[in-house]
Every structure is written in structure tokens, then in C-alpha cells.
Write a protein that binds this ligand. Structure first.
Ligand code: GDP
Ligand code: IMO
Ligand code: MG
Length: 421
């Protein structure tokens, strides 16, 4: 399909990076549409493991890689990432495009993210502390600094002075922390600007032209549906729009230009950070799934909370994203279980049961999962078809969701994907 969105269908870390890497082979342009270095997309190539944070994963396949207006960019992280890729033999020259309208993560955003989380204490969101929330907040308040400001030192100075004056009051008086020196911040940013300048591009025009030329564009989501600012489990969400429609907003194309939406979901569920999680596994099995799936955060190293597959939440993801097909990753991790519970309904506080994701937060916070138990399999999942019980598992998911599973992940390595159709 000419324009395909790859979207996380759960709480992030579904294995989007690996699926993007696979489909990037047949694409001409790969576009990251939201978020920033809170993302960590892992691609395992032989003995090498790449943890991609800011640049689209397509860069590993030598594809043009664009960062859209809906992203927030930490200049130091982006430059370090490009340098690291180059040092590891990945060519990036002429392949990096960054929207001038994307916002910059400034050092005070990182400081404020950490300070707010500390202040919230047990009410904290559990952010990645990369400055994401404060950067998007400044964008919405219209005092953000954008990538295009980097090419105009006069404007950049004015904006930094204005922002620093305000942020320093917050940092010193509210959070009792040190302040930032506007001149020092400007000097560092001007150094970064020299590197970033050639990457700045009109990414809306780039996508439009690529599609008009009949070439293929892949949109790579960060985070996941349930972390969406509008449609996720607010306030335990990120500050951007990971849902598929976010791709059109970020790249300034009409939503009717998107042909396909591929949802990526694990065969179970993980969540990093705080917030309600109905299908979270009780007892020792949670630690077992965590160990088998190596469920530790790519960005922060934190333990990921593990749950059984939640088809109520996944049905919601199919709806809000317009998912046309699914990639079910990490099915191999479930090979260790003789029986596999799958959440098919929620029991609500009023005693009723629902297959639909609750619209009201209190229902979601207090619901209980209703599980159906599916038969497990013990065979290792290879690349040649699936054992009968694993096939039944996939068919069950398809039947309940009325969506087709196109790809199944059978291991972390780049080639451990089974195409079912
Ligand atoms: P992303 O943020 O959605 O790109 O996902 P992450 O890279 O943060 O987390 C997914 C983890 O699972 C990574 O460590 C991947 O290497 C790994 N992974 C991806 N697909 C599979 C799979 O099918 N099986 C196994 N065992 N691991 C996988
Ligand atoms: P990828 O792209 C999983 C979570 C954080 C926290 C919440 C808000 O690798 O799937 P933020 O720093 O964004 O303000 O944190 O969102 N979070 C992620 N969880 N995968 C991610 O990215 C995430 N990015 C943010 O743990 O709960
Ligand atoms: Mg990740």
C-alpha cells in the first residue's frame, strides 16, 4: 500500500520498531509522527542491537527518514543518535529530514519533567523524564521553540531569553532547583544548529511528492493507543497523539491519503509507568512473562508490568485507529504456558459485563477482567507455520476483533516474523 501507518495498539513497546524495519524494506520514505526520545524501538540484527529513539527506524534500511511537525526533538539526542549510527556503519547522509515545525525539547523541559514527577510522589505518572510533557505543554501555550528557530540566531536568542526567564522562576521558586543561563543554552543550541540545519525540510511537501510519484511511505508511531493524550488512559498517558490519525496531523496530509493502518500488539500486554491495567497478571506468572519476554524498558531500564492479552482494549484500538490488519508480536513468549488466559470482557462495578472499552475513567479503574482460557503449545515457534494451538490462538484473536492478523512475531531477531497472508 502506498501509505501505511504502523501504530502501537497497546501501551507502547509492542514491537513497532521490528515491524517498521520489516516493512521499510519495500518503502521509500519512513516517517516518525509524534513523541520524541521517550520512544525506544529495538531492532536485533545478528549480534547487533539497535535501540532507536528519535530518528525513524527506516534509517537502518538506508531509507529516507523524516521527523514530522508533531514530534518533539531533543537536539543533543538526535545528533548523538545519528553519530552512533554512523559509527556503527549505518549511512545517514542525505537521508535525514526534520520538520521545521517540530518543537525542541529544551534542558528546562527535562528538568521540569523530573521535578514534577518527584513533586507528585506516589501520584506520579512514571514518565520517561525526557522532557516530553513540558515540551508539548509549551507548544500548546505557544511559547515553544521550534526546529526552524535554529536557523535564525536573533529569533533564537529572543525565544530562549523569554523562555528561560519564565522557566527559571518555576525551577527556583516552585521546585527549589538551580536555574539555566540563557547565554549558555544559546551557545550550545547554536552548535547543534550547525549539525541540524541541513536536515530541516518541508516534510509535508516531501510526503506529498513521494506519494504523488507513486512511491511508498511508512508512518511509524511512537508509544501506543492507550498512551494517546486524547483517547488513552488519561492522565497516565504521553502528551502526543500516537493514534493513526496523528500521522496525517503531523505530516500535514489529508487523512484520505492513508491507505492502510497496521496495528502492532503483543500476544500479551505490557505497561511501563503508573495507571490502571485490568489484565495485569497476578502471582508468579507475571515475573515469568517478564523474564521470558525480557520486559525491561528500552529507555529507562524499568521493569515493564505484564498482563494477559486484553481483547477489550485491543477492540478499542482497532476502532480508534481504523486498524485494517494486525501484527501480533512475541507469540513465542507464550510457548512456555500450558494454558493462556485472554481477557474478553470487563466486569464493571455495577455488576454488568462489557466487551467495549469503558468511556468513563472510574469504570476502567475499577473493572475486573473476565478471562477465557486458551490451550497452549510447547513447540518452539519457527518460521514455517504455527503449531495447531498457536494457530487457534491467532484465529481466536481474529474472530473476536473481526480483524485479520497479518504478521506474527516468533522471536526478537529481525527475521523472526511469520507472514500469515
Ligand atoms: P517498540 O517500542 O514498540 O518498538 O518495542 P520495544 O523495542 O521497546 O520492545 C519490544 C521488545 O521485544 C524488544 O526487545 C524487541 O527486540 C522484542 N521483540 C520484538 N518482537 C519480538 C518477538 O516476536 N518475539 C520476541 N521474543 N521478542 C520480540
Ligand atoms: P515506545 O515508542 C512504553 C510511557 C511512560 C509513562 C507515560 C508518559 O518505545 O513504545 P512520557 O515520558 O511520554 O511523558 O511518559 O508514557 N511511555 C512509554 N511506554 N513505550 C514507550 O515508547 C513510551 N513512551 C512513553 O512510561 O507511563
Ligand atoms: Mg519501546
Amino acid at each position: 500500500m502506498p501509505a501505511t501507518v504502523i501504530v502501537g495498539a497497546q501501551w507502547g513497546d509492542e514491537g513497532k520498531g521490528k515491524i517498521v524495519d520489516l516493512l521499510a524494506r519495500d518503502s521509500d520514505l519512513v516517517c516518525r509522527y509524534q513523541g520524541g526520545p521517550n520512544a525506544g524501538h529495538t531492532i536485533v540484527v545478528g549480534d547487533e542491537t539497535y535501540r532507536i529513539r528519535q530518528i525513524p527506524t527506516g534509517i537502518l534500511r538506508g531509507k529516507a527518514s523524516a521527523i514530522g511537525a508533531g514530534c518533539v526533538v531533543d537536539p543533543a539526542v538526535l545528533i548523538a543518535e545519528i553519530d552512533e549510527l554512523e559509527a556503527r556503519g549505518i549511512r545517514t547522509d542525505g537521508l535525514v529530514f526534520v520538520s521545521g515545525n517540530a518543537h525542541l525539547i529544551m534542558p528546562w523541559h527535562v528538568a521540569l519533567d523530573g521535578a514534577r514527577e518527584r513533586r507528585l510522589g506516589r501520584l506520579q505518572i512514571g514518565t520517561t523524564r525526557r522532557g516530553i510533557g513540558p515540551a508539548y505543554a509549551d507548544k500548546a501555550t505557544r511559547i515553544g521553540i521550534r526546529v526552524q528557530d535554529l536557523v535564525d540566531p536573533k529569533i533564537l536568542r529572543e525565544k530562549i531569553e523569554l523562555a528561560a526567564a519564565e522557566k527559571n522562576v518555576w525551577l527556583e521558586r516552585v521546585y527549589e532547583l538551580g536555574h539555566f543561563d540563557a547565554d549558555e543554552v544559546l551557545t550550545t543550541l547554536l552548535e547543534h544548529a550547525e549539525r541540524i540545519r541541513p536536515w530541516i525540510a518541508d516534510t509535508s511537501l516531501l510526503v506529498d511528492r513521494t506519494l504523488r510519484d507513486g512511491r511508498r511511505v511508512l508512518f511509524e508511531g511512537g508509544q501506543g493507543t492507550l498512551l494517546d493524550l486524547d483517547h488513552g488512559t488519561y492522565p497516565f498517558v504521553t502528551s502526543s497523539s500516537p493514534i493513526a490519525a496523528g500521522a496525517a496531523v503531523s505530516f500535514g496530509i489529508g487523512p484520505n491519503r492513508i491507505d492502510e493502518v497496521l496495528g502492532v500488539a503483543k500476544a500479551y500486554v505490557t505497561r511501563v509507568g503508573e495507571g490502571p491495567f485490568p489484565s495485569e497478571i497476578e502471582g508468579d506468572a507475571q515475573a515469568r512473562v517478564r523474564e521470558l519476554g525480557h520486559e525491561f524498558g528500552t529507555v529507562t531500564g524499568r521493569e515493564r508490568r505484564c498482563g494477559w492479552l486484553d481483547l477489550v482494549a485491543l477492540r478499542f484500538a482497532v476502532r480508534v485507529n481504523g486498524i485494517t490488519s494486525l501484527a501480533l508480536t512475541k507469540l513465542d513468549v507464550l510457548s512456555a504456558f500450558a494454558e493462556i488466559p485472554v481477557c474478553v470482557r470487563y466486569l464493571l462495578p455495577d455488576g454488568s459485563e462489557t466487551e467495549e472499552f469503558p468511556a468513563h475513567q472510574s469504570d476502567f479503574h475499577h473493572c475486573r477482567p473476565v478471562f477465557e482460557t486458551l490451550r497452549g503449545w510447547s513447540e518452539e515457534l519457527g518460521t514455517n507455520g504455527l503449531p495447531a494451538a498457536a494457530h487457534d490462538f491467532v484465529s481466536f484473536v481474529e474472530r473476536v476483533l473481526e480483524a485479520e492478523v497479518r504478521l506474527v512475531g516468533t522471536g526478537a531477531a529481525r527475521d523472526r516474523v511469520l507472514a500469515l497472508r
